[in-house]
Design a protein around this ligand. Structure first.
Ligand code: AMP
Length: 281
């Protein structure tokens, strides 16, 4: 696997990789890689001729300095994991290289940041989109792979991609979970053993919502999930809600929908975790 720290070199690498109509798949990450990230790499390998993964802890998307400071960093281990997964190149730029001659853009997010993570993390999604655009600009991939674990991020990137006519095809990938249901996340590494156990209530609550949604109203379904969440009082809820799958707008009634999504965010110890599940009716 090639290790590429500089933006011009990754652009050259990618141009060479695309010769003869071959395709480049791209997996942007912030490192501290786990099976969820590696699943994205495997999917990219299945669909594309060459795969680039980036590791860049994007300061623009942290609205909390403590969270940024404590964000896990383990470059050597990540490098070995990616090589083993068959990734062809690791793009790991310094902050200075990413932000050289950079003027932040305020993107039209179509109001998609008006709920869920948006109000809790002001500026977060603008920070994500600015850096995704920057990474796309350097890597110039054909396909880019994003996890449904970050459902609102995926929805916003797809929206901006369509709006800005980004040529990259955005490929959504299902959430990878631990055996006990907890969605894999780099932040899980910061949980104590006890907190790690407490955190599993998030997935239980989402499953409860999914079961309830078959027969019950939106209100009853929310109530079922909230009841489950309240069984572990150490888990401090930030938000739980049910939304339209496409617009992520909060729902109070199913209407004619056959699908919706339940989203949750909560603090477990010092860590803020998010998760979501598709509800089928
Ligand atoms: P991050 O390093 O947390 O910024 O994540 C990089 C990419 O991996 C994003 O597209 C995430 O949605 C995705 N991702 C993170 N955790 C998971 C997971 N458990 N399952 C699937 N994709 C994930």
């Amino acid at each position: 696997m090639d290790f590429i720290p500089s933006p011009p070199t990754i652009t050259e690498w990618s141009a060479k990789a695309r010769i003869g109509g071959r395709t480049v798949g791209f997996v942007p990450t912030m490192g501290a890689l786990h099976e969820g990230h590696l699943d994205l790499v495997h999917r990219a390998k299945a669909l594309c001729d060459h795969v680039v993964c980036s590791i860049f802890v994007n300061p623009l998307q942290f609205n909390n300095a403590e969270d940024l400071r404590h964000y896990p960093r383990q470059m050597e281990q990540d490098r070995a994991l990616l090589a083993e997964a068959g990734c062809d190149a690791l793009f790991a730029p310094e902050k200075e290289a990413i932000f050289a001659q950079f003027t932040p853009t305020t993107y039209d997010l179509g109001g998609l940041d008006g709920f869920w993570e948006g109000p809790s993390r002001p500026g977060h999604f603008q920070g994500v989109v600015n850096v995704v655009e920057r990474l796309f600009h350097f890597v110039r991939p054909d396909h880019a792979f994003f996890g449904e674990k970050d459902r609102q991020q995926l929805t916003i990137i797809r929206h901006v991609g369509r709006d800005q006519l980004w040529p990259e095809r955005i490929v959504p990938c299902p959430t990878v979970r631990a055996a006990d249901g907890l969605a894999l996340s780099s932040r899980n590494a910061r949980l104590s053993l006890e907190e790690r156990k407490q955190a599993t209530v998030l997935h239980r609550a989402l499953l409860h919502a999914a079961t309830s949604a078959f027969r019950n109203s939106v209100e009853e379904t929310s109530k079922a999930a909230l009841e489950t969440l309240s069984t572990v009082p150490e888990v401090r809820l930030d938000h739980f809600g049910i939304a339209d799958v496409d617009t992520l707008e909060p729902l109070t009634a199913w209407g004619k929908r056959t699908e919706a999504v339940a989203l949750v965010a909560a603090f477990v110890g010092p860590v803020r975790l998010i998760d979501n599940i598709t509800l089928r009716r």
